[in-house]
Design a protein around this ligand. Structure first.
Ligand SMILES: [Zn+2]
Length: 469
């Protein structure tokens, strides 16, 4: 039985979705004013991996993730680049799609933009005003945080703690308008020349938090199974989403809250932050790092733990991934001399591996224990592929299970170095001849020539094989 750590209750709970067999899941997406940074990638990879596991154990997952396509940062960046806010959004949504495809994030079931939902946002804010949870002042609309009885529950803070924090980052103008420092903006008036929409409170745009309440409710329903995002969103963003949604609908907003850990850079464990000059974008990373390696590296750390981004850790991930790929190739290579049929004893072992993998992952998506089972499976596959006699069905079953389990981490194993690649085979035969004749100069030359073409020759007890780098 799958257990998930629920930030709201601070406990691992048995996962029971509201509708049997279906998971409705919302993940807070990026503000599209730049390429996604490594912190965005961590969140996207963590919850794509969760989604893939939920699908693997049989759930249908409705996965909604938003684009914040209007806010102060969008307006500032569009102004600096001399383009409109929608043009800026289009540019970076396209970049988001390219970057996330490179790291093999499955597209969301629905990827709504805030600006596509302005009428629904205005309606939602009006409801909150009607119910006494919000008030309009000079074109602004604020939420009365103190009126919502559970405010602070998600982030585990008392109203007094929050009050101290709330007064720190607020302009004098806002302080004058708000009834209480804890109150937060639902709607903001537009300054002259800024992008805006007509509303009952004048021309303006939505505050940040309201879009997620509206889009989660609109696309997935009043109560959803999982709402997820980075730890930095617990407060104020998710706290405010709960206050808005539950005040408006009168129903519980989210059953399980999931939050991913931070990315730290280098040795100093500095939290990913722009001010620390650690602003690394996926767009730049994948110019130098194989996107599959980046994906595998991030997917194999449990979502709640911090990830230390370093060259050493990436190299480890690359080596581990190469072992998986080599085992997959070894199985493929043995198909040419395999006997027909299967091996019941090995089949039973494979079923055990699969069950152990599920047991590991059911513990709050413990990918570290899960991948450890996959590495054991890999060892077992290599031992099997070295046997004198191998069965074709069993080779296929090993490959199928490896491929299936590794795909949960967002990596697709494929056959590389196909044995029907005639030209390479011919050269390998020539090299074998040369070695037989003790012409090592020629055999080395053939090996080196192939290496320059990215073909690696490996001599094994079963003969010479090759793989592509
Ligand atoms: Zn959100």
């Amino acid at each position: 039985m799958l257990k998930i750590y629920n930030t709201l209750t601070r406990k691992k709970e048995e996962f029971q979705p509201i509708h049997p067999g279906v998971v409705n899941m919302y993940v807070c997406g990026p503000t599209v004013y730049n390429y996604i940074h490594i912190g965005n990638a961590r969140s996207a990879i963590a919850f794509d991996t969760v989604r893939r596991y939920l699908e693997f154990i049989g759930y249908q997952v409705n996965y909604v993730s938003n684009f914040t396509d209007v806010d102060d940062k969008m307006i500032k960046a569009a102004h600096e680049q001399g383009i409109t806010v929608p043009e800026l959004a289009d540019k970076y949504i396209q970049a988001f799609n390219e970057d996330t495809a490179a790291i093999n994030i499955e597209p969301a079931t629905k990827h709504p933009r805030a600006t596509e939902n302005i009428p629904e946002i205005i309606q939602f804010v009006s409801t909150l005003i009607d119910k006494g949870y919000a008030y309009a002042v000079d074109g602004d609309v604020y939420y009365r945080a103190r009126k919502f009885k559970d405010y602070g529950e998600l982030s585990g803070q008392s109203l007094d703690d929050l009050e101290v924090g709330a007064s720190e980052h607020v302009s004098a103008d806002e302080v004058n308008k708000k009834e209480d420092p804890l109150d937060f903006a639902l709607w903001k008036p537009a300054k002259p020349g800024e992008i805006s929409w007509d509303s009952p409170w004048g021309k303006g745009r939505p505050g940040w938090h309201i879009e997620c309440s509206v889009m989660s409710t609109k696309y997935l329903g009043k109560t959803i199974d999982i709402h997820a995002g980075g730890q930095d969103l617990e407060f104020p963003h998710h706290e405010n989403e709960i206050a808005q949604s539950e005040a408006a609908t009168g129903q519980k907003f989210v059953k399980y809250w999931m939050h991913n850990g931070f990315v730290t850079i280098g040795k100093d464990d500095e939290k990913m932050s722009k001010s620390l000059h650690n602003f690394i974008t996926v767009h730049d990373i994948i110019k130098e790092v194989d996107p599959q390696v980046l994906r595998f590296f991030m997917a194999t750390t449990q979502y709640r733990r911090p990830i230390q981004y370093s060259e050493d850790n990436l190299t480890d991930a690359q080596n581990n991934l190469q072992h998986l790929q080599t085992a997959f190739n070894n199985l493929e290579y043995r198909k040419q001399d395999a006997v027909a049929g299967g091996d019941a004893a090995v089949e039973k072992q494979l079923a055990d591996f699969k069950q152990r993998f599920i047991t590991a992952m059911d513990d709050d998506i413990n990918v570290q224990n899960g991948i450890a089972v996959v590495y054991e499976l890999t060892k077992s596959a290599n031992v099997y592929a070295e046997q004198t006699t191998v069965a074709l069905d069993t080779l296929n079953q090993y490959q199928a299970l490896l491929k299936q389990l590794v795909s949960i981490f967002g990596v697709e194993l494929t056959v590389t170095g196909q044995i029907d690649d005639e030209a390479i085979q011919k050269l390998i035969q020539q090299r074998d001849e040369a070695r037989k004749n003790k012409d090592f100069a020629l055999s080395d030359k053939i090996r080196d020539d192939l290496k320059t073409k990215g073909i690696i020759i490996e001599d094994t007890p079963q003969g010479t094989r090759y793989r592509k780098e």
